[in-house]
Design a protein around this ligand. Structure first.
Ligand code: DQA
Length: 146
């Protein structure tokens, strides 16, 4: 099972970015947590971050060449990007939407996602554990042979 994990804008700032909302783990710390879980599940992880909407769109478009599923924290683009919505709609592999924070307990503008309706599921509010939960969920929904 090959899982592509995509992280959107400003997630490279985790650790020092609004720690009261996002915690103190860095993105590298979260990556290590996910890789440890992936080893236990016999899955491989391709971990990426970009501040660029277009780069995320390009990665989603070609994901199926090397990955069986995507875990996506599109960060602020979640609430703005029709392009990311359309890229997900254009591919065949499942996408799980993840957010560290509970976006529904925050500002109104975070309550709408352009990704949720094209995702197989959404996990938010559990911090870094959300990525691990997403990995567990998406690997168990893939066929055994993958
Ligand atoms: C986020 C939530 C988004 O609203 C925000 O723009 C982010 C991070 C989260 O992981 O909680 O950058 O996706």
């Amino acid at each position: 099972k090959r899982i592509l994990v995509l992280n959107g804008p400003n997630l490279n700032m985790l650790g020092t970015r609004e720690p009261e909302t996002y915690g103190t783990m860095t993105l590298q710390d979260i990556e290590a947590l996910v890789r440890a879980k992936a080893d236990a599940l016999d899955a491989s992880i391709d971990w990426r971050q970009s501040n660029s909407e277009g780069e995320l769109v390009s990665w989603i478009q070609t994901a199926g060449e090397n990955a069986d599923a995507i875990i996506l924290n599109a960060a602020a683009y979640t609430h703005t990007s029709v392009a990311i919505h359309d890229a997900i709609a254009a591919i065949q592999i499942p996408v799980v939407e993840v957010h560290l924070s509970n976006v529904f307990a925050r500002e109104e503008f975070r309550h709408h996602s352009f990704i949720s309706d094209v995702a197989v599921g959404v996990i938010c509010g559990f911090g870094a554990d959300g990525y691990v939960l997403a990995l567990q969920a998406v690997t168990s929904m893939l066929p055994r042979s993958v």
